[in-house]
Design a protein around this ligand. Structure first.
Ligand SMILES: C[S@@+](CC[C@H](N)C(=O)[O-])C[C@H]1O[C@@H](n2cnc3c(N)ncnc32)[C@H](O)[C@@H]1O
Length: 200
């Protein structure tokens, strides 16, 4: 499998901090609670650096498509109780999760890929389980609109991201049996952190 993040993995976190400061990390951690008692599934967690402070309470699975990102995550989260896997998520018999984290990963996938992964997630999420989504939504200000286009171009060139737009999360997640429970805006709503629950 080609490692699309090979080139930028060592600089990814620094670059994100340079452009957005701590706002993305805040979005990724704002809904975290009672971690010790939970089994977490992290999809596309990147280098894992933003979870370093909470790692001692993290247990579950960490899936990455990029081997360079995965190696960094293993090192950055070596005090966690996470199991690390390279590739697309594959469910194991009888393992269920309390939370699934999609942090800045769904916007790198086509709608069909998102639907595919949500189909798997529905099976491994406990009845009262939650999906913790954090991502870019429609940019608000002209500066954000400009920066968003630059980012799309940057990722298309360096990591061959397929899409040039933002997925319609609300339609896709609702269609796949999830219901929005909580939401917090960052950067005037350009970035949102959301908690979705199973629509039982
Ligand atoms: C834009 S980066 C975000 C990384 C990290 N979540 C963060 O917020 O810094 C997207 C990451 O998702 C990974 N990725 C993309 N599709 C994936 C998939 N289907 N399964 C696992 N990882 C995936 C990429 O390899 C990349 O490391």
């Amino acid at each position: 499998m080609k490692d699309r993040y090979n080139f930028i993995a060592p600089y990814y976190n620094q670059l994100a901090k340079l452009v957005f400061g701590k706002r993305l990390k805040e979005a990724k951690t704002c809904f975290i609670s009672y971690l010790k008692s939970k089994k977490i599934l992290i999809i596309g967690g990147g280098d894992g650096l933003d979870y370093q402070e909470i790692q001692s309470n993290l247990s579950g699975e960490y899936w990455e498509l990029s081997s360079s990102m995965l190696e960094l995550a293993k090192e950055n989260l070596k005090k966690s109780r996470l199991n690390f896997y390279l590739g697309n998520f594959q469910r194991k018999k009888d393992i269920l999760f309390d939370e699934v984290w999609f942090h800045f990963v769904l916007d790198t996938m086509s709608d069909e890929e998102i639907e595919g992964i949500l189909n798997e997630i529905k099976i491994v999420l406990k009845e009262k389980g939650k999906v913790y989504l954090v991502d870019f939504f429609q940019p608000i200000t002209s500066k954000q609109k400009f920066l968003h286009q630059i980012m799309i171009l940057f990722f298309r060139l360096l990591t061959s991201h397929k899409r040039g737009n933002i997925p319609d999360y609300e339609i896709i997640l609702t269609k796949n049996g999830l219901v929005l429970e909580k939401e917090k805006d960052f950067l005037k709503g350009w970035v949102k952190a959301q908690i979705w629950a199973k629509n039982n």
